[in-house]
Design a protein around this ligand. Structure first.
Ligand SMILES: Cc1ncc(COP(=O)(O)O)c(C=O)c1O
Length: 432
């Protein structure tokens, strides 16, 4: 039969075979794609559009209203939106998608020390500290909290009351982070109470909050209370290379960190604590268990992916600004500080704390600190309440009395959007 075939028929038969083979290949490809999507949660290269459309059905809120030339500039909160430019460029390296059926249980790891801690989050946190060298992780329990704000409350709960059953005195040297007094006294607890400036505290049984670099003035701090009965909590929200040189690998009893200020993802509400003592760590876990029955697993997974993107950017990807968060952030902060210092120097009525530098073991060079807040003092006659004075210029800041000091000084966030920061600079430049 073959001998009797015309060349045209052979070509048709040949084309038919190719067609069958092609159709089998296409079907196989669809089958593989279906299995990957259905059972592995992955996406194939074809047909992505509908998946992406489904994913973006969730519309995010916009946060604060945009700033315009003559609008209010709200620099009262340290809302760290300035790193958005970096994260926009990381694309899927920092993106997660959680199928509806996943992450439903309350529990993360029943065999671990902290049952609500996602192992993937713990892994990336420890990896990040080893990369940056800002804190010892070996020999420490790692706990997760809904922001470090929850961990702070868990920590003062765990360290209280004093041995004789009286309330512990919670103190911090002025100027101290304004949330410390309000959060400590909020529930009027019998276990602890806010007792003000650690520099003037004379009692015993204290918990000293050591914030370094310090919110609001950016100072590098050590504990001022040295008595044996004094306990410390180190708040290292800003001990990251964009804000200050990393000069030592900290190893204190309780050290608190947060993604809010490290990566800028304040809305994810994830913080963590490194805790040396097992009993203290267990009490902190109990607090979080009773307070919120654990911590959002979705948020922990998002935070893990974000921290992984940072570590990969330094350890696995080519060297480049687009991959290195701390370098991007440090440069941006330095640009802002140089603009602000020039503006303040030209004003003649304002001053800022002195700049300081140090050898940074992470950057492997001497770097200048770029605090997250400007601690701005006014020397103009008649301005006793600087917060009110700036408010008249539609600039919202937080006044000294909230930090335990006088009203001629305010805290101004350096972490807001470029628009807000630039309008702030223009307005300060116009004040004489
Ligand atoms: C010193 C300090 N600690 C803790 C926090 C709270 O961080 P989080 O967003 O993790 O609750 C802040 C937030 O501004 C802060 O400035």
């Amino acid at each position: 039969m073959a001998a009797g075939e015309t060349g045209g028929m052979a070509a048709v038969r040949c084309a038919g075979k190719i067609g069958v083979a092609a159709s089998v290949a296409v079907n196989l490809a669809f089958l593989v794609m279906y299995i990957r999507r259905r059972y592995l949660g992955g996406g194939g290269s074809g047909g992505r559009r509908s998946d992406d459309e489904e994913i973006t059905v969730v519309e995010p809120s916009q946060g604060k209203p945009p700033v315009t030339h003559d609008s209010i500039v709200n620099l009262d909160h340290g809302d760290p939106t300035m790193y958005k430019g970096f994260w926009r460029k990381t694309g899927n390296r920092a993106t997660i998608a959680i199928p509806g059926w996943q992450m439903m249980s309350y529990f993360s790891d029943l065999s671990g020390f902290c049952w609500f801690l996602e192992p993937g989050f713990e892994r990336e946190v420890r990896r990040l500290h080893r990369l940056v060298g800002n804190a010892v992780v070996d020999g420490y329990h790692l706990l997760v909290g809904t922001g470090s704000t929850q961990l702070f409350q868990a920590a003062i709960y765990a360290l209280s009351p004093a041995e004789d059953g009286t309330p512990m005195s919670v103190v911090s040297p002025a100027p101290y982070y304004s949330s410390y007094p309000s959060v400590t006294n909020f529930l009027n607890s019998g276990l602890y109470r806010w007792d003000g400036d650690a520099n003037t505290f004379e009692g015993s049984n204290s918990i000293e909050l050591v914030c370094s670099p310090n919110n609001p003035d950016g100072g590098i701090r050590k504990a001022v209370i040295t008595s044996k009965s004094g306990k410390t909590i180190h708040d290292f929200a800003y001990y990251w290379p964009q804000y200050a040189p990393i000069t030592e690998t900290a190893a204190h009893d309780i050290m608190m960190f947060t993604v809010s200020k490290c990566t800028g993802h304040a809305g994810t509400r994830i913080g963590w604590a490194l805790v040396k003592d097992t009993e203290v760590a267990q009490k902190m876990i109990k607090f979080i268990e009773l307070n919120t029955i654990g911590v959002s697993k979705d948020s922990q997974l998002r935070a893990a992916k974000i921290l992984k993107a940072i570590c990969d950017g330094y350890e696995l990807l080519p060297i480049g600004e687009a991959n290195r968060l701390f370098h991007f952030a440090q440069q941006k902060m330095a640009e802002r500080w140089s603009k602000l210092r020039a503006t303040v120097a030209a004003s003649g009525i304002f001053s800022l704390p002195n700049q300081f530098s140090g050898y940074c073991t992470f950057a492997k060079e001497t770097v200048t600190a770029n605090p997250p807040f400007a601690w701005l003092r006014c020397h103009k006659d008649g301005v006793e309440d600087l917060e009110a004075f700036l408010r008249k210029h539609k600039i919202f800041t937080r006044g000294g009395p909230r930090f335990g000091v006088d009203g001629r000084v305010v805290r101004v966030s350096m972490l807001d959007t470029d628009e807000a920061f630039n309008v702030f600079i223009d307005r300060v430049a116009s004040m004489k």
